[in-house]
Write a protein of this length. Structure first.
Length: 1046
RNA sequence: GGGGGCAUAACUCAGCUAGGUAGAGUAUCAGUCCGAUAAACUGACUGUCAGAAGUUCGACUCUUCUUGCCCCUACCA
């Protein structure tokens, strides 16, 4: 058994272990061990290849790593392929920045092929960096050399398979409808790619002139003046009441909802008015109005020819409420989903004069070429000049922004491809019920609520770096036949060719003569796919790396996935939708949702300056760590691993707090201390694990208690891990190691396993402790794989025969400990709890009466009540309270010799009487303690022999010391011991000290330095233990001096 | 607008599913113990369990409402 280092240096330890794992190729050994075992199918949600991981990503991988290691120890073959998400806007935007490109057109000019190549290289470069970062977290035994990567051809084909399946099942379609588009990125975005932020906009009230009513105006309100260009109707609610109001100040009539009259006209505008006719909305239907921008947008005249309902009042009880605004709603079917819906119902033209870049097209008349948000002000001015504008005000509201570039989004009608997910909602909800969620409310509330409001999933994007839609359409307008391709092989069969790289622009070049009409050419639509479909299809698209084949049809659902709460609308959503759309079944059975990592309850972000990376923890460069001297020692990742596993409940955010983090290090240090302590004792006594076994039948109750606790703990943690209740695992482990082993069991067996101990059960106890520490180390292994490996290598590796196990190079090649239910004795555990409480009470009693714990007392008496259980651990109680006898009596009447304290179980009495034996032990224990302290202070090794002289200036003291001569020699390893020397010699080799003793022969307490100091000042001083008056002259002394024995 | 989460000691958080005298760690103070390191232990201290109402013999726990912080969602015309 090799000696453990006294000081725990995690940084160095971690480096060594990572090196060791590499050198011994432990990962390969794990893979061989796993062969043929049952599979636990874990699927890694792919992080995006942005180039560096933040603390949240680290946390995510660490939690996953715990379960991977745990499941392996439980005998499973674990799918450990990590993944990377590589496509999509984030990288495109990054590339554009690097290349100094401003917009989409410039990408064409730069060359799409080169652009794609750049994106790919960028992703690959980042992937390597991230691989390294993840491995440094101790997540070593994943298949880092073969991650699934979404830009690979086999992966792309997997997505094509999804498209084809959805097409065959009638769940893929194209449609023209308003969608939020990012003007900068020039693409449509799906629901999950929009982020709502507060913005301040100008809202305006307009009066729109009625065509067939004299001097009458319709009042509308809007926050988006730019959509007025495409206005084709005004909606009213047929069931609500509207008023025709005479405005005296202007001498004209306004029509608005009756509710709004007072608030708006007199409240906001302060006009005098008179309410005229009250009519229901339906009575207004068909009333025509003059479009407010009819001169500026001549195309509007065309529209009114196209549809008789254009520029008239239409009805909607669904989307118009008289409670809000003025009860009349400006309607632009090309710029809003509701407007669109009502527009279609009323056969209105869907007018969209805005390009995908947010710029007005020629149909917008004099606004052509203007960016819509810039046009707002222009339009406002025109309306003002025309006298159409009534009033403007600022309004703060939430508005959708691009998830990547933060641009304000533009609602515009566009032709896109969709999955019919809305129609699947009932089925999706049904499947969700079958998923085991941790926490349960992630599924029962959050995901359910998300699914309930699901719309059709827009999967097409007008960009470059992504998976091309495998949709080819015949360019003959009479035919327009559509072919959806499901694989590279199929493409080759049909088109006769298949590019080596399936990305744009190469795929765009593939075309063939249409076999439907034999006239046109089948050309691919230029779109690429929503990047969320990439990861959503991982179950089959990554089969090549997971299972070594590409039979997409036979995909296997994941047993377990785990991601952050943002994936409710992200991956959890895209996974389930992809699976249901393509295969009508669900693709994950259990799902753990964790929160985000916060710093002081705020989201970590670079702009806020509260951002840090895992490396800052590893290297100890985090400001808060450097600032505090005692924290500066905390380095490495193991503390964070332990901390982050238990720091918060499932689904909740992890609020990183330096103090808590440092406390965790204390726990780890205590764990280390336990092993260090055992390691020292084992080595000093030459304990041989394979030679010294314990006999279960010879164990005493304390030992059996420990075994019971051990098995209870294994049982608890096993259940927690199996149910993915991760945060409670460290709590259970901490309780056992710190409370039960470190603070209690070791305290109880200290004497037995000390070097000088001749206790017959010494090695038996050591063997038991060794076994318990081994099992505990196994429980710790998935949490702190590096610390536990280190301890394993130093203390256990060469001695596994003691447990009938073969020697293995790594603790991570061993199995999870079994629970031995026969050893769980609940009554024993309860008894120990009770004894602990009793000991605490009795110790507190001694404390109150100034009796040092190392001073024995004659007797402890417990006055029994009904609540008092039968005492099992009487010896333990006597030992830890340091009393010679323990009595339980039905009733007791104390005299002056007793002090008492109330406890839960009855009154406790302590006998204060002293005799020679008690006094002798009192003095000698104090003496020994002082000699030991001096030895330690002067760097004497444990067991190193000394020559000891003791000089006493009172006969009664000398006698007491003499009585315990042997004990003294034993405890302090004195080869020669002379008691009663006339004086202590002085030279540089001799260590000497003096104890000052209370002169009261019934007290004999050794007095602390501060008492003597007080005496020197001439004050009246009393012995704090017996209250006798002290003076410089009456103090007795015991002096000792020792040197290394020759 | 809709939905959800959180609110417990000076700090960080358990406890709430199944209602029965409020817990842990840290911090502070006092002390103890120790050949386990910057180790360990004990005691003391601090709580209107955010507020209000209800159900109940009894509410931190269940119900409703209010307040504050946070998150998700939505077309706010």
């Amino acid at each position: 058994m090799k000696p453990l280092a006294k000081n725990l240096d995690l940084l160095q330890l971690e480096k060594q272990i990572l090196q060791y794992w590499k050198k011994k190729v432990i990962y390969n050994q794990i893979k061989s061990k796993e062969k043929g075992k049952d599979v636990w199918r874990f699927i890694d949600g792919p992080p995006y290849t942005t180039g560096s991981i933040h603390l949240g990503t680290a946390w995510n991988k660490i939690l996953k790593d715990y379960l991977i290691r745990y499941k392996r120890m439980r005998g499973f073959k674990v799918t450990d392929t990590p993944g990377y998400d590589t496509h999509g806007l984030p990288i495109e935007v990054q590339m554009e920045k690097e290349l100094g490109i401003q917009n989409k057109q410039e990408i064409y000019e730069y060359g799409v092929d080169k652009f794609i190549q750049n994106c790919k290289e960028f992703a690959q470069k980042n992937l390597k960096i991230m691989n390294k970062q993840f491995k440094r977290l101790g997540c070593s035994f994943w298949d880092w050399d073969n991650p699934y990567i979404t830009f690979k051809n086999s992966y792309i084909e997997g997505i094509w398979w999804t498209l084809k399946k959805a097409w065959e099942r009638g769940l893929l379609y194209q449609f023209y409808r308003p969608l939020n588009c990012c003007p900068r990125c020039a693409t449509a975005l799906a629901k999950h790619e929009q982020e709502y932020k507060n913005v301040i906009d100008t809202s305006l009230f307009l009066k729109i002139k009625a065509k067939d009513m004299e001097n009458t105006y319709f009042i509308i309100w809007t926050t988006t003046p730019w959509t007025l260009v495409a206005n084709t109707a005004i909606m009213v609610n047929p069931m609500e009441k509207y008023a025709k109001v005479y405005i005296k100040d202007l001498d004209e009539y306004w029509i608005l909802s009756r509710n709004a009259v007072t608030v708006f006209i007199s409240g906001q505008l302060d006009y005098k008015y008179q309410v005229g006719d009250i009519l229901y909305g339906e009575e207004l239907e068909g009333q025509r109005y003059i479009h407010p921008l009819i001169e500026e947008v001549p195309y509007q005249k065309e529209l009114s020819k196209q549809s008789e309902k254009a520029h008239s009042i239409i009805l909607s009880d669904k989307y118009v409420s008289a409670e809000e605004g003025v009860g009349l709603v400006h309607t632009a079917p090309g710029h809003g989903p509701e407007d669109f819906e009502v527009g279609i119902e009323n056969n209105l033209p869907i007018f969209n004069p805005v390009s995908i870049r947010g710029i007005y097209k020629d149909e917008a008349g004099q606004f052509e070429g203007q960016f819509v948000f810039d046009a707002n002000e222009h339009i406002l001015k025109i309306l003002e000049e025309k006298g159409t504008l009534i009033v403007t005000s600022e309004i703060e509201h939430e508005y959708a922004h691009c998830w990547r570039c933060d641009s304000k989004l533009v609602y515009r009608a566009t032709r896109q491809w969709f999955f019919k997910t809305e129609s699947l909602v009932p089925k999706l909800l049904e499947k969700n019920e079958e998923i085991y969620w941790v926490p349960d409310w992630a599924g029962e509330r959050w995901f359910k609520s998300w699914l309930t409001t699901l719309k059709d999933w827009c999967i097409s994007r007008q960009r470059f770096w992504g998976i091309p839609l495998s949709v080819w359409i015949c360019d003959n307008e009479d035919c327009n036949d559509i072919t959806v391709i499901g694989s590279g092989v199929e493409l080759k069969e049909i088109a006769g060719e298949c590019p080596e790289d399936l990305h744009r622009p190469w795929i765009d070049a593939v075309m063939w003569q249409c076999k439907n009409c034999n006239k046109g050419t089948k050309r691919r639509i230029k779109d690429i796919l929503d990047v969320w479909l990439d990861s959503g299809s991982v179950m089959w698209a990554a089969q090549e790396v997971y299972d070594g084949h590409n039979h997409y049809d036979s995909w296997i659902p994941a047993d377990f996935i785990m991601e952050g709460k943002d994936q409710i609308r992200g991956w959890f959503n895209s996974l389930l939708c992809s699976a249901m759309v393509s295969s009508d079944r669900k693709n994950y059975n259990s799902c753990y949702m964790h929160g985000w990592v916060l710093r002081n309850n705020e989201k970590m972000s670079k702009s806020k300056g509260n951002f840090f990376e895992p490396e800052d923890l590893i290297n100890g460069t985090l400001e808060d760590l450097k600032k505090n001297k005692s924290y500066s020692r905390i380095k490495g990742i193991e503390t964070f691993r332990y901390y982050s596993l238990g720091a918060t409940q499932p689904g909740r955010d992890l609020n990183f707090n330096v103090k808590e983090y440092a406390d965790t290090f204390r726990t780890i240090n205590t764990i280390w201390n336990v092993y260090l302590y055992a390691n020292q004792k084992f080595r000093l006594s030459d304990f041989k694990p394979s030679k010294h076994a314990y006999d279960i039948n010879a164990l005493n109750k304390t030992d059996l208690w420990l075994l019971s606790k051990l098995n209870s703990t294994i049982n608890t943690i096993t259940i927690l891990a199996d149910e993915y209740k991760l945060p409670w695992i460290t709590e259970a482990l901490h309780d056992f190691i710190v409370n039960d082993i470190s603070r209690w069991y070791i305290l109880l067996i200290r004497e037995k396993i000390d070097v000088y101990s001749e206790d017959p059960s010494k090695f038996q106890v050591m063997a038991l402790l060794y076994k318990v520490l081994f099992d505990v180390l196994l429980l710790l292994a998935p949490i702190n794989p590096m610390i536990s490996e280190h301890i394993y290598l130093y203390m256990f590796k060469s001695h596994l025969d003691a447990f009938n196990l073969e020697e293995k190079d790594s603790i991570h090649l061993l199995d999870w400990p079994d629970v031995n239910r026969d050893l769980i004795a609940e009554d024993l555990e309860k008894q120990m709890e009770f004894s602990k409480e009793l000991i605490e009470v009795a110790r507190s009693l001694k404390n109150q009466n100034h009796i040092r714990l190392r001073w024995p007392n004659k007797k402890l008496i417990i006055e029994s009540t009904e609540k008092l259980p039968e005492l099992e651990f009487t010896e333990t109680i006597k030992q830890l309270v340091n009393v010679k006898a323990l009595e339980i009596v039905d009733s007791f009447t104390p005299d002056n010799n007793f002090v008492s304290i109330e406890s839960k179980y009855g009154k406790v009495f302590l006998d204060l009487r002293v005799d020679d034996e008690i006094l002798s032990e009192r003095i000698v224990n104090d003496l020994i303690r002082n000699i030991q302290y001096s030895r330690k202070k002067n760097q004497f090794n444990v067991g190193e022999e000394i020559s000891l002289d003791i000089c006493v200036n009172a006969d009664f003291l000398k006698q007491y010391v003499e009585q315990q001569k042997e004990l003294i020699s034993d405890k302090v390893s004195a080869k020669d011991l002379n008691i009663g020397v006339p004086e202590i010699k002085e030279n540089e080799n001799i260590v000497s000290e003096r104890l000052n003793i209370c002169p009261n022969p019934k007290c004999c307490a050794s007095l602390k330095a501060n008492i003597i100091k007080k005496l020197d000042t001439g004050k009246d001083v009393q012995c704090p233990y017996c209250s006798m008056s002290l003076s410089k002259n009456n103090i007795k002394t015991i002096s000792f001096g020792f040197e290394r024995a020759s």
